[in-house]
Design a binder for this molecule. Sequence first.
Ligand SMILES: [Ca+2]
Ligand SMILES: [Ca+2]
Length: 195
Amino acid sequence: MQRFAVLLAAVAMLFPATSTVLGAVIDFESFPSTPFSSYTESGVTFTPVGSPTDTCQALPTPNGTRGIAGGESFAWLPVRADISGGTGSVAVDLGDFSGGDSETLYLEVFNQAGQSLGRAEQYQSLSDPVRMYTLSLTLPGIAYAEFGSYGGLYGSGVLGDNFTFDSSSPPIPEPSTVLIWSLLAGLGLLWYRRR
Ligand SMILES: [Ca+2]
Ligand SMILES: [Ca+2]
């Protein structure tokens, strides 16, 4: 029986029963170059937090690549990100260019019923070096997130980039993994009995 246990241990090393953990990152590089009311990538739909006629824009950010902002010049809006199927973890990079304003950056997450589950904030002073801040929240049952800023000039005048969400599946082995395990266990038992 000891040899059978050793065999199973060896098989376990070859086929670790881990769940698939994938962090999906949306970098906004392939977003439309003109204002849009809604755009979906990797199962996440981005819309402005405003009226039905409002739009979002993909614009350069302080990190040197394209990001997203809601609204338009002098009337910026926060951005809402609906995650298809939900998630347990989200993160976003937020920042603004120098010479603008002091403001508080925020990321807030909500459940399917629209109730706030949690909020992360970061104060950015006018005198701080130009940079992007990463805000993140890990909470069960996130249906959508909102991000932007308040307390600055012209509304939610901040740029978002690298929207990240945890797209991992529950720790349930895939059918193919179960099949491999069953076959190997059967072979192992057969091998043990023949001894
Ligand atoms: Ca980008
Ligand atoms: Ca600003």
